[in-house]
Design a protein around this ligand. Structure first.
Ligand code: SF4
Length: 596
């Protein structure tokens, strides 16, 4: 207990006992003790002057925080549909058998826990897993056997083969954003030379729109934020890339972090902000050290800190903030709540973060890719950016391509590229469907492969592009996504919380052959209610894949339908079997018979 108290006191005093760092404290404690002990909750509550229930609220909200201890090796298999297509289920069973552990529960000796988590952003090199936060890619039988042996031998992760932890950038196609270079500090210098209005004009003429999904005009957002009078302004980089099938930020943060920070500093200079945060998804914790090193190098080069590039009063620094496994925190207002050390419940909007964001101050929240583009536009100009793309969708988009293709990876394409051409270039053939923009996106059938990737056509959101060939059962995708949304709903509003759960049950009913036309209509109705009445984008987009597949792939449902007008999902007679066994009865009166 004394050790615990010393640890907590040290943790708090290092950061000035800040309640809005609560999530960061809990992440550190989870890492140290493999769970959040009750005694820690009491101590934190006392020292931060907050009720314990507030801390338990956080622990229960974030998937990577636990009240009960996990194993010394906490293994989380990525469970996106693309991991499943690559055979992750058999590998999970195999590892569980080898280690004698049940999924989700620590082994009695507390050596290991084997569990699943949502997409870990390594779909191009899956199946993948996280071991104590470190990513292991390209799992196969041989690697699973080796991992089982290492765990049994108690080998520390530092002594596991380095090759296990290699996650390649895997860039298959570069265009202007990834090819054309700018020197460190040149965007900041352009701002100092030309002023913030010139930067905003360049961004406006470039037509840059946010790359995270919503596609809001970047210059307009920065201008609104800058022109909102306040004590402080903040810059936040949304690196909570949680959309299943998306992994472009992994690559940008790993190899282009300087451009990300350059864009954030440029934004800070325009706004007059002194503080920035990079909100890093918990699944990318293994990138945090690289990012911290890049930040330190920039401080050493006068590109961060006080009087940046010698400019009096241009003070700005960036802190990394770790998420803890909550997809909803990708929504900007939920992200801000999380940044303030709270549960990631989306705020009521308006007001929008550009005027009332972090600590209720004007805040710019932009995607990783957007900051990279902004930095380059400030140096290379609006025309450089407009030289590719369409009139409405200027520039390029990074696509994270995975699934049934021979060359998965990162592809940078000018907006306006057709889906057909992308499929040819990534080595896809016999394609049944493409899911663009992740689980929340659109399901595209072959008759729509001439559509283009652009805001005005098939918008890719964060850039996920998952390919399914004719051998795949699309209901597996639908089932995976409905489970995902059901798990990730924050529970705040009824249409999403209840609708998502009903949708999951109805999909199970279809898969088990008990659904009727009535159930398909129910799915449509529930989907429409979710779209219209949900509080935030998660609930509004969660039924997209169900509605799309009902409309565009009706056969996958109709061939599973039961032949009756209505069939209950729950088999009451089967459920009574336990009672029959207990009472020893098996006569007619102990059964529910179908009298129809
Ligand atoms: Fe939460 Fe879902 Fe409602 Fe969004 S739509 S606030 S995620 S319950």
């Amino acid at each position: 207990m004394k050790d615990l108290e010393t640890t907590i006191t040290g943790l708090l005093s290092d950061s000035g006992n800040a309640p809005d760092r609560l999530l960061q404290y809990l992440c550190t404690i989870q890492e140290l003790y493999s769970h959040i002990p009750e005694a820690v909750v009491e101590l934190l509550a006392e020292k931060l002057h907050i009720p314990p229930v507030q801390i338990y609220g956080l622990v229960d909200f974030y998937s990577f925080l636990h009240r009960e201890a996990r194993g010394d090796y906490d293994i989380l298999f990525s469970d996106n549909i693309t991991d499943r297509m690559l055979g992750n289920q058999a590998l999970i069973d195999s590892l569980c058998n080898k280690l004698g552990v049940k999924r989700g529960a620590p082994r009695p000796d507390n050596r290991v826990t084997v569990d699943v988590t949502s997409c870990t952003g390594i779909c191009d090199q899956g199946p993948a897993m996280l071991v104590n936060g470190r990513a292991v890619s390209r799992l196969d039988d041989e690697r699973i056997q080796a991992i089982a042996d290492l765990v049994e031998a108690g080998t520390s992760l530092e002594n596991w083969p380095e090759s296990f932890f290699v996650v390649e950038d895997n860039i298959q196609r570069r265009d202007i954003l990834l090819s054309d270079q700018i020197t460190h500090g040149s965007a900041i210098q352009a701002l100092l030379n030309n002023g913030s209005n010139a930067v905003l004009d360049a961004l406006n003429r470039s037509g840059l729109r946010g790359r995270g999904g919503a596609g809001y005009n970047t210059a307009a957002k920065w201008r609104i934020c800058r022109d909102t009078h306040a004590d402080e302004h903040y810059v936040v980089c949304n690196a909570d890339e949680g959309e299943p099938g998306t992994f472009k930020d992994r690559v940008l943060l790993n190899s282009y972090a300087d451009y990300v920070f350059e864009g954030m500093t440029l934004c800070a200079g325009v706004l007059g902000a002194k503080k920035g945060y990079l909100y890093l998804r918990g699944e990318y914790r293994y990138l945090q050290n690289t990012l911290e090193e890049a930040l330190q190098k920039r401080r050493d080069a006068d590109l961060l800190g006080r009087n940046i590039l010698g400019q009096d009063g241009f003070d700005f620094d960036i802190e990394t903030h770790l998420g803890a496994g909550a997809y909803i925190c990708g929504e900007e207002s939920a992200l801000i709540e999380s940044l303030e050390g709270k549960r990631g419940i989306p705020r009521i909007r308006p007001p929008f973060p550009a005027t009332n964001g972090f600590r209720n101050q004007p805040t710019i929240v932009n995607n990783v890719e957007t900051f990279v583009a902004a930095a380059k536009i400030a140096v290379l100009g609006a025309d450089w950016f407009r030289s590719v793309g369409t009139d409405i969708s200027t520039g390029t988009k990074l696509l994270s391509i995975s699934g049934d293709c021979s060359r998965p990876g990162i592809y940078e394409y000018p907006f306006g590229i057709s889906i057909k051409q992308i499929l040819e270039e990534c080595g896809a053939s016999d394609t049944q469907a493409v899911q663009v923009a992740g689980a929340a996106g659109t399901t595209i059938p072959p008759q729509e492969f001439d559509r283009n990737i652009a805001f005005e056509d098939a918008c890719t959101g964060g850039g996920s592009f998952m390919v399914f060939n004719q051998q795949r059962n699309l209901l597996d995708m639908v089932q995976n996504f409905t489970h995902f949304f059901c798990h990730e709903s924050c529970g705040f509003c009824t249409p999403c919380r209840v609708g998502g759960s009903l949708m999951k049950d109805l999909i199970e009913k279809v898969i088990t052959g008990h659904a009727t036309r009535y159930d398909l209509n129910e799915m449509r109705n529930i989907g429409l209610v979710m779209k219209q009445a949900s509080h935030c984008g998660l609930g509004a987009t969660a039924p997209n894949h169900v509605l799309d597949t009902l409309n565009k792939f009706p056969d996958i449902y109709s061939k599973r339908l039961a032949n009756t007008g209505y069939e209950p999902a729950f088999d009451l007679d089967a459920a009574l079997e336990v009672s029959r066994q207990l009472t020893g009865r098996d006569d007619d009166g102990a059964h529910i018979r179908d009298e129809s």
